[in-house]
Structures are given as structure tokens and as C-alpha cells.
Design a protein around this ligand. Sequence first.
Ligand code: C5P
Length: 261
Amino acid sequence: MEPRTGVIVVAAGSGSRMGGALPKQFRLLGGRPLLARSIDAFAKALPGAPIVVVLPAGYVAYWHNLTARFDMAPHTVTTGGTERFHSVRNGLAALPQGLDLIAVHDGARPLVPVALIRRAVALAAAEGSAVPVIRPADSFRTTEADGSSHPVDRSRLRAVQTPQVFDATLLERAYRSDFSASFTDDATLVESCGCSVALCAGERRNFKITEPEDLLLAEALLAAETETGEAETPRERHEAGYRGTAGTASDDFAGGAGPIR
Ligand code: C5P
């Protein structure tokens, strides 16, 4: 039987790094509000799953206006808090009872592939958690207060994405904790309660729209796909057995639907 999965899309941040008068989650991307694209992906991946969207308190009326103007998948709305942690907690309170799994997604990742959502849910159903990660392309250094810096072994690093999917009881228990500034994502919080988390393969295109360049990049990706009629991602082409141009296969594909390291 399919697990009953609830979805929380957090979009209550101020988006200050993006600049501009309107928070980024409401900006248009390929002619649709950026946040609507995140909702679309979950409605397509998990038909019938309850979706709660967490908004800044001052933008609820604005969002209702947008939902009237654009065709959007059904969802409910609640308001966020000072930190992402408080926004997720409000989202949890707004979901129905009796769910098996809960997926938490950053509304600022509008290009999340449907296949990634399904892969994370399948892994969480088997392992109790699923946290998508990708191998970083850059090199990294840690910096010290005295101005010195040290290289880091990149081969062991992973960049963490969303949706992060958890057993519902586990996530609800974790969110009874008091807030700590170290809780930058849901996995960190769940681990602070003594549970380990399973990693699954993320996707490069599932990047978080943070700076103005990110929005341009997302526009370009959508435009290229519309032009070629290709909606599927490099991973989907790879899984379908395609072995064409560079960029279709990478280490990130190791592990299939199971956990990765
Ligand atoms: O700030 P950061 O980029 O880490 O935010 C990740 C996601 O969490 C964004 O989608 C943002 O809107 C959301 N968020 C939230 N409530 C906050 C802060 C961030 O819902 N107080």
C-alpha cells in the first residue's frame, strides 16, 4: 500500500538576498509564480497528498490573489515564524492527522524533479528518512578567526537539498524540541534527537533560488526545455537508458532508489 504522505512547502522567508520589493517565492518564473512550480511538482509526484504552504503573515491575501489568477493544485495555507524551524512547525500543525510520511520542501526550489520526490518518498518508506544530497563541484576551505584557512576533503562533502522526507511520528517528535540555531534543515533536527538519516541522490537542477542569477538560470533551463519539448531531467534520461552527451551520467546517480553515501 502507498504510504500516506503529507507535504509542507516552506515559503515564509523574506528572501532578502534576492533583493527587490516582492519576496522571491512570489516572483514569476516561466510565467508562473515560483512557489506555484514547487506545489505543481508535489501534486504531480504524489496525487491527492495534502499540501500545506507556509507563507509570511503579511502575504496571505496576496497569495490568495495569485491563486485566483493562476491555475494551481489544491493546497492549504498557514503562516510562518521567525526561523525556518518555526515555519515547519506551523506547517506540521496544519497537516491532517494519521499520515505515514511527511515531506518538507523549500518553496525556493521550484525545479524539483518529480522523480526526485518519488525517490525520496520510496526511500523514507523503507528507511524512515530520506535526505537528498549532491556532490559539490567547488573546492572548499574552512576559515579561522586569525585569517588562516585550510582545505577540506571534498570527496567526503555533500550539499544537502529538499524535499527531506521522514516518518511522520519521528518528525513530529523532533519538532517538539526547543529551537537551536544549528537546526538549518530537518535532518539536523532529527539527528539531534538521536536518529540517523538516510541519504538519497539529489539533482543539480533542484537548486535553491537565492541570488538574482539563480532566477535567470532557472528561466534559462525552463526556456530550453520548452524549446526542445524535453521536460525530463538528465537523471530521467539516464534511468531510461540514454547515454548521449556529457552531463547525463555522474557519481550522483550511484545508488538508484536505495540509500547512498
Ligand atoms: O533562508 P533559507 O534560504 O535557508 O530558506 C529556505 C526555505 O525556508 C525558503 O523556502 C524560505 O522561504 C523558508 N523559510 C521559512 N520561514 C523562515 C525562513 C525561511 O519558511 N522564517
